[in-house]
Design a protein around this ligand. Structure first.
Ligand code: EPS
Length: 388
């Protein structure tokens, strides 16, 4: 139903996204998109770049008087840092002499595979696009997607559950709004104050030793109706679609739902979520949610819970061994200004990516060309499930 593309280099003039398939009549509040862009910029462990940028989305198509028209929506975000890179990132061949090519690939980065595959002699041609700066547009698109599902009571929240060696446990059954308020006020987007202190100390230690830190984020989505996605074909399964989208994020290395990898270590009787029936509200219920809200590639109607593991960033201030691509002699990886830890930002990014996939599956199921049509389809389905 929905599709989007992003474009733009980390130190180029602008980033862009085109989103297509949005029905007409949805209210879009630009301030809410900008709020999520600001959330993505925060987090202890970020480097100097975030002091330069102030990400704001500029809509240039598809929204009129605060409402979607059904046309493709284009969003643009300016890279303020471009002012410092104008010659080095120029599209004009006369500026080639200013290039200062990057020739020492960083282990763990797209650098080496990228130059070999695209037959390039300046690693900058790869790193500029591989950069996690691109996630600015994923968050802009996700923030827009959140406004497509919010009218139907669906909300997504991303937060951090581990950074480096420090887990940050989430209190069981904490309401989503409360979790949002607490994690929003945390410098590392966790809900546990002791964990926050330990994580900040670990980030400080890494910064001193020129190292980097990864971690694990979790996204919870509430208000999801039963039956988004489908069991009938591999590429329609919602958990598969979510996993692909999340693993496409820079530095993502693993995805798990509900009990996740631990599900492979327990007995079936300890895992599967037993079924009940709430006659007063004419709805099926579950006694637990170890599945993380999906069964057979479809939502169960329980909250969706998905976690993503991010590896430590590959730009190390104390660089690892590498080889210069021109001379083929031993060298160390290039040092570029970077972050020590971007996991708090990754929580906001994962939230956006999940919201987009849910909005896509939602519109696939209840699709129409206008908000009125989608609403009719959605309410008709809820009635069908109630009367089942
Ligand atoms: C990044 C390196 C750093 C990060 C950047 C991602 O950028 P710079 O080299 O300009 O200091 O700040 O993240 C962002 C710019 C962002 O908006 O998140 C990288 O190599 O991936």
């Amino acid at each position: 139903m929905l599709r989007f593309l992003t474009a733009g280099e980390s130190h180029g003039p602008e980033l862009a996204a085109i989103i297509e398939g949005v029905p007409a009549g949805f209210e879009i509040d630009l301030a809410r998109i900008n709020h999520d862009l600001a959330r993505r910029q925060k987090g202890y462990g970020r480097g100097g770049r975030m002091l330069i940028e102030k990400d704001e989305a500029r809509p240039v198509s598809g929204i009129r008087f605060g409402r979607t028209t059904g046309s493709p929506i284009t969003l643009i975000v300016q890279n303020r840092d471009f002012a410092n890179w104008e010659k080095r990132m120029s599209a004009d061949p006369r500026d080639r002499a200013e290039a200062r090519p990057v020739t020492r690939p960083r282990p763990g980065h797209a650098d080496l595979a990228g130059v070999l595959k695209y037959n390039l002699d300046d690693i900058r041609d790869v790193l500029e696009r591989a950069s996690a700066r691109e996630t600015t547009m994923r968050v802009a698109v996700g923030a827009l997607a959140k406004q497509l599902i919010a009218p139907f009571g669906i909300e997504a929240l991303g937060y951090v559950v581990q950074i480096g060696g420090t887990p940050a446990p989430i209190r069981d059954e904490i309401p989503l709004a409360e979790l949002a308020a607490i994690t929003e006020n945390s410098q590392v987007r966790v809900s546990d104050a002791d964990a926050e202190r330990a994580i900040i100390a670990e980030i400080d230690e890494c910064k001193k030793s020129g190292d980097t830190l990864g971690g694990i984020v979790e996204v919870t989505v509430t208000g999801v109706p039963v039956g988004l996605g489908s069991h009938v074909q591999w590429d329609r399964k919602l958990d598969g679609r979510l996993a692909r989208a999340l693993l496409s994020l820079q530095a993502a290395k693993g995805v798990e739902f509900g009990m996740g990898f631990r599900a492979g270590t327990v007995r079936g009787s300890q895992l599967h979520d037993e079924i009940g029936y709430d006659a007063a509200n004419s709805r099926f219920t579950r006694h637990s949610n170890n599945s993380g809200g999906t069964e057979g590639g479809m939502t169960t109607g329980e909250p969706l819970k998905v976690r993503v593991a991010f590896k430590p960033l590959s730009t190390l201030m104390r660089p690892l061994r590498s080889v210069d691509i021109r001379t083929k002699t031993e060298a160390v990886g290039t040092i570029e200004r970077s972050d020590v830890c971007a996991v708090p930002a990754a929580a906001v990014i994962a939230e956006a990516v999940v919201a987009y996939e849910i909005a896509d599956a939602f519109l696939e199921k209840f699709g129409g060309d206008s908000l009125a049509e989608v609403t009719r389809n959605y309410q008709g389905y809820l009635e069908q499930v109630r009367r089942y």
